[in-house]
Design a protein around this ligand. Structure first.
Ligand code: C30
Length: 288
């Protein structure tokens, strides 16, 4: 099977518990949790197996009105992490329980089903961008960043519209010290939007199979090739509008550790927006 190496089902199975009563809605809408991790040897030495999701975004797709919403979830968000049975940074969920824990945590936070996930490391992310022949991004800020091998100041990018290769795109989604993790999240949305649009001009869907095979272990997903095909047909054709969403919040320190405290009212609005986009009335989801 083409996708053997990268395919990894969630322990809960294909259907989210939040879809128990409304499985049919999956035909019209679905969500994908996008995760970016740094699992390089260097970081394994520092953190062992406890790898955190440094990039976390939820994309929701509505086939009826051909729309996409892309929510950036700040990695320091202080949320309930079921696998730890306490509140913690959201990026710790993956460190404690892998993709299953990350998916469960995001479902609990946003009260929507996470139907699919795609997890990439630096290598996969760069290879995807390079396989697409680079991505066109209006880089919002001039900056210098280390490269994927931690060589300091190896990547220098100037503000403005340009085509980025894999290393450059990675630097853009990584760079943070020039401003903040929130602004980094917005840059990740810009790059993902560019990947999304470039994907549509990539040619036939069979190329994705070849790419997935080449990426091997560097990508993990519960999407099958047939799902990718459906996704491709969803996106191909007329233009698809991607709305970028952020979670509002404020800085918080607890025992001298930095957290991002989410604004409860904004969170409630985001939940409602996503539930509506996925065609799920509030009453159709399981209680928390
Ligand atoms: C649906 C749409 C719209 C599009 C198409 C979808 C598809 C299929 C897209 C394909 C690509 C995918 C799935 C992307 C997923 C999400 C993204 C944007 C991934 C790209 C980046 C990536 C592979 C990983 C994240 C890199 C980031 C943001 C930061 C790491 C320090 C952390 C927390 C530690 C970390 C530590 C060091 C050196 N680092 O970069 O320079 O390490 O950042 O200093 O903030 O991190 O702290 O404690 O985890 O190891 O010590 P950094 P830092």
């Amino acid at each position: 099977m083409l996708e053997e190496k990268s395919h990894q089902e969630l322990q809960r199975g294909t259907i989210s518990p939040k879809r128990v009563e409304k499985k049919d809605a999956l035909a019209d809408s679905f969500s994908v949790l996008l995760m970016g991790v740094d699992d390089s040897e260097q970081r394994h030495k520092q953190y062992g197996e406890a790898i955190r999701t440094d990039a976390l975004l939820l994309a929701t797709f509505n086939k009826k009105d051909r729309s996409v919403k892309l929510l950036s979830i700040p990695r320091d968000s202080y949320v309930y992490v079921p696998v730890e049975q306490k509140k913690d940074k959201i990026n710790h969920a993956h460190a404690f329980g892998g993709v299953d824990a990350a998916v469960e945590t995001v479902e609990g936070l946003l009260d929507v089903p996470v139907d699919y996930y795609v997890k990439v490391n630096f290598t996969a992310f760069m290879e995807i961008v390079d396989a697409l022949g680079g991505v066109e991004v209006d880089v919002p800020i001039t900056f210098t960043e280390q490269d994927s091998k931690d060589r300091p100041r190896a990547i220098k990018l100037k503000k403005g519209l340009q085509t980025l290769n894999g290393e450059e795109a990675l630097a853009l989604v990584r760079t943070r010290k020039i401003d903040s993790d929130m602004e980094r999240g917005k840059r990740q949305q810009l790059v993902l939007e560019a990947i999304f649009h470039k994907t549509l001009s990539f040619g036939s869907v069979t190329k994705y199979g070849a790419l997935l095979e080449a990426l091997g272990d560097n990508v993990k997903t519960n999407l099958r090739l047939s799902d990718l095909e459906a996704f491709y047909h969803f996106a191909k054709g007329s233009s698809v509008n991607i709305e970028k969403l952020q979670l509002k919040g404020s800085s918080m320190y607890k025992n001298n550790i930095y957290y991002y405290k989410l604004d409860e009212q904004d969170l409630a609005e985001i939940r409602k927006t996503l539930q509506e986009h996925l065609g799920l009335a509030k009453s159709s989801t399981l209680p928390q």
